[in-house]
Design a protein around this ligand. Structure first.
Ligand SMILES: Nc1nc2c(ncn2[C@@H]2O[C@H](COP(=O)(O)OP(=O)(O)OP(=O)(O)O)[C@@H](O)[C@H]2O)c(=O)[nH]1
Ligand SMILES: [Mg+2]
Length: 434
């Protein structure tokens, strides 16, 4: 009996190791794709961000990870879910109010805990949070080395458990959660059966977030194993759904609230566990992020290339206009010189001696000189030359266009192929080409 049990455990271990290896292979490809895309944006020489600046097309580097925000009432199991997902105990969990601030859990090379300021350095996208009084003191980051599931592509934000009543937070918790919810790719709302599942604060925030990005919000009945019998669970679900539907902003069609629980935290239960669906939702969002990154790269490369083409065309136009302006001015200057020349010719022809020069000749001379001067000034005014690119500058722009059209676009295509080859067979990909 014991031997059979150990054989089963061994088999399970082997299966898990195999699954992890398979996952790490696909992860390496995806990681490689995201890194390559990121590098195309940030490299010093010919980085898309630097090139975009030259043509007034501001760009931000693509995100390597998606952000998942977990909200819910106190003790709903938010921190336990993160620990379960990454298979590492980085977040404190207990029945007492545990998470009192905002904790960012991200993957890295070394286990490390960062304070608020260090967090803002690591995640500049959160800098705006410092405008909300007191938040930075309650902000931290946990860097974990886990490579489990899709953790290398996810940044979790664990939030303080919400409670109603007199509980005072040392910062504006609603405002902070709404701000975080707007920048997150996914917002998981955990309702637990025993706790204050219908906490007004949680519902207010969810309603506010749902108004803007309903597709990002996913509701779960967490710790579902603690709900008692199947009938009790049904009643809890009904109660929560009714309470949610009372709010106009949350009364939507196709409402779904899967039941989830952490397998290791439960004894025997007959409850259905849909925790794998949560992982699937994360995986789908990561995959969408990779596709979005590649699509954005394609769009940005095309836009920058066309802006540099415009720059070349504009320069060509400027050169043509400059040439026209030069020709016009030269013609006008020619006439400016022609009048005094004709006058000088006739004067020289009829000139006998200095004594014979009379006043009218001098007036003619002055008149012609004045007319020439006026024509000359008109010529100068017409000589309006705009700055055009030097030969060297034109060559550089052409080089940039060639780099984007050849190197960047080729890299994007090969990255797409690599990405698709993880899920689609070679034959299908060949068909795609035609
Ligand atoms: N039975 C069972 N217990 C769970 C489950 N998830 C979490 N718990 C327990 O519930 C308690 C609270 O879990 P936490 O993960 O700390 O909850 P939290 O939402 O982070 O709580 P706060 O940080 O206070 O907001 C802990 O004692 C966990 O062990 C679950 O799925 N099933
Ligand atoms: Mg917690």
């Amino acid at each position: 009996m014991a031997a059979a049990k150990s054989r089963r455990a061994n088999k399970q271990q082997q299966q898990r190791a195999a699954a992890n290896t398979a996952e790490s292979i696909s992860m390496t490809t995806n990681e490689k794709i995201l890194k390559e895309c990121h590098d195309l944006y940030v490299t010093e020489k010919n980085g898309l961000i630097a090139l975009g600046k030259e043509v007034d097309y501001p760009l931000v580097p693509p995100r390597k990870k998606i952000t998942v925000l977990l909200i819910g009432n106190h003790s709903a199991g938010k921190s336990s879910f993160i620990n379960w997902y990454i298979e590492e105990h980085v977040q404190k969990t207990a029945v007492a109010i545990e998470t009192q601030g905002f904790s960012i859990v991200t993957s890295g090379k070394k286990r490390e805990s960062l304070t608020g300021n260090a967090t803002l350095h690591l995640f500049p996208q959160f800098r705006e949070l410092s405008e909300i009084n007191g938040v930075v003191d309650y902000l931290s980051t946990e860097v974990a080395t886990s490579k489990q599931k899709r953790f290398p592509f996810v940044t979790f934000i664990d939030t303080p458990g919400l409670v109603d009543g007199d509980m005072k937070y040392p910062f504006d918790v609603e405002k902070t959660l709404i701000w975080l919810g707007e920048m997150a790719d996914l917002v998981f709302v955990f309702f637990d059966p025993l706790g204050q599942a219908l906490c007004r604060r949680t519902l207010d925030i969810v309603e506010c977030l749902n108004a803007k990005h309903p597709e990002r919000i996913k509701f779960y009945l967490s710790k579902a194993d603690t709900a008692g019998t199947q009938g009790d669970r049904q009643r809890v679900l009904m109660q929560i759904t009714q309470e949610l539907c009372k709010r106009q902003g949350l009364n939507r069609a196709g409402f779904d609230m899967p039941t989830i629980f952490i397998p290791s935290l439960t004894e025997k239960t007959t409850c259905d566990n849909h925790i794998d669906e949560v992982c699937e939702t994360i995986t789908k969002t990561i995959d969408r992020n990779i596709q979005n990154t590649l699509n954005t790269l394609e769009k940005d490369a095309a836009t920058i290339s066309s802006l540099f083409h415009d720059k070349l065309n504009k320069d060509k136009e400027t050169n043509q206009l400059n040439m026209k302006a030069r020709c016009r001015s030269f013609i006008v200057w020619f006439f400016a010189l022609l009048f005094p020349a004709i006058y000088a010719y006739y004067a020289a022809k009829n000139w006998d001696s200095v004594d014979k020069i009379n006043m009218s000749d001098l007036y003619y001379l002055l008149g012609f000189s004045l007319i020439s001067l006026i024509i000359f000034v008109i010529g100068c005014k017409m000589y309006r030359i705009k700055r055009a690119m030097s030969k060297k500058e034109r060559a550089r722009v052409q080089e940039i266009i060639a780099y984007i059209d050849n190197t960047v676009k080729t890299k994007k295509s090969s990255s797409y192929q690599d990405y698709l080859s993880q899920s689609v067979s070679g034959i299908d990909m060949l068909n795609e080409k035609y």
